[in-house]
Design a protein. Structure first.
Length: 103
């Protein structure tokens, strides 16, 4: 059973609308974004994200590629569904992305 923090679909849509470039997975359980930037800046950006995750005590999956950094966020403790924590983390990542040259 999902945690009480689980967001309804309408709230997910509203919050997603405030995160340009982010999308929902096909099953609607994961927020995701792929940033395009050179490999070393992407690795540095991933380290910055790891620090934000530690600060929020909420962790996402990061996949470092040749010229990409893919971020996938969900709340495992809520049965793999989206909560406010997911959108807080995505918002913090979006806020620092430009400073890393991420597009």
């Amino acid at each position: 059973m999902p945690d009480a923090d689980t967001l309804p679909a309408e709230e997910i849509d509203a919050r997603l609308g405030r995160l340009p470039g982010w999308e929902l997975s096909e099953d609607g359980r994961t927020l995701r974004r792929t940033y395009r930037l050179d490999h070393l800046p992407a690795a540095i950006f991933a380290l910055h994200i790891a620090g934000i995750q530690a600060e929020l005590n909420h962790h996402s999956d990061l996949t470092l590629g040749y010229d990409t950094l893919r971020v996938e966020i969900t709340t495992h403790a809520a049965g793999g569904r989206l909560t406010a924590k997911d959108f807080d983390l995505a918002g913090r990542i979006a806020a620092v992305a430009e400073g890393h040259g991420a597009a």
